[in-house]
Design a binder for this molecule. Structure first.
Ligand code: HEM
Length: 240
């Protein structure tokens, strides 16, 4: 696998590079998006020492994130968890507990008490429970993700997430909706909905869903902030 593989532009699943599951020596993170990018060869498949440039290019070209949003995510990842000297990131380092990683993830178990790193493999029980709820819906909306976040926060936290981690958590759901979702007729990008199958593949298997088409609209910071606000309201509405 070339370490500097350049993602190519594509508009349909026919062009998505093949999924190659990680091997025993490959590094993976608690982030389904970065793992999927590595599993499909848009980031180095071994997940090690990924350069800032490779990260930004994958986020902008594969997911159509705006350059400012990709910069914020990639620079944040490198500064908080990577090598500042080399400006690289090894995926597993993102599991550093309470750095970017936080408790009450949708499909990851909390870090075990005293552990420096949180688990990176998805928790199959959490995936199944998320899918059980999802299957009762037609399409998954921001309200759905707010409800699921409220449930996880109620069951998995002793004290509430701090301000930063609560924002990260809502931002992650906003990223799912924008990168995996599609607009309903007449709705703008902040009203995207995601299919249950897309959630199953992306969050559960860390692979691009069959038929996935990248967002035709560039996904920017403002959109993520607005959608996070919608998700916040839904979390509050579903919290006791
Ligand atoms: C360089 C860019 C990125 C970095 C450094 C990053 C980092 C992380 C980290 C550290 C986590 C763990 C948080 C937790 O404890 O749940 C995480 C989770 C997550 N990330 Fe990313 N991420 C990036 C880009 C993206 C993108 C583009 C998406 C788009 C879909 C995304 C979607 C998610 C989701 C949905 C989760 C939550 C998984 C769960 O709840 O179990 N991330 N990310």
């Amino acid at each position: 696998m070339p370490s500097d593989s350049s993602p190519k532009m594509y508009t349909s699943n026919l062009d998505v590079k093949p999924f190659v599951p990680p091997g025993p020596n490959d590094s993976r993170s608690p982030c389904p998006a970065l793992n999927a990018l590595a599993n499909h060869g848009y980031l180095p498949h071994d997940g090690k020492e990924i350069s800032l440039r490779q990260l930004i290019r994958a986020l902008t070209e594969v997911f159509n994130l705006s350059t400012p949003l990709a910069l914020v995510l990639a620079v944040g990842g490198v500064l908080l968890c990577g090598s500042v000297a080399k400006l690289t990131l090894t995926l597993h380092d993102l599991a550093l507990h309470n750095r970017i990683e936080h408790d009450a993830s949708l499909v990851h178990d909390n870090a075990h008490v005293g552990d420096k790193f949180a688990p990176t493999p998805v928790d199959p029980v959490l995936v199944d429970r998320l899918l059980d709820e999802a299957e009762a819906e037609d399409e998954l909306t921001a309200d759905f993700f707010g409800k699921m976040r409220a449930r996880r926060e109620a069951e998995a936290l002793v004290k509430p997430l701090n301000f930063i981690h609560a924002n990260f958590a809502r931002g992650e759901s906003a990223l799912i909706l924008t990168t995996l979702g599609h607009a309903r007729p007449g709705d703008d990008i902040t009203h995207r909905v995601v299919s249950v199958d897309a959630v199953r593949d992306f969050l559960g298997k860390e692979r691009f869903p069959d038929g996935w088409v990248k967002s035709k609209e560039t996904i920017g910071l403002f959109t993520i902030a607005k959608l996070s606000g919608i998700i916040r309201k839904a979390v509050l509405a579903n919290s006791s």
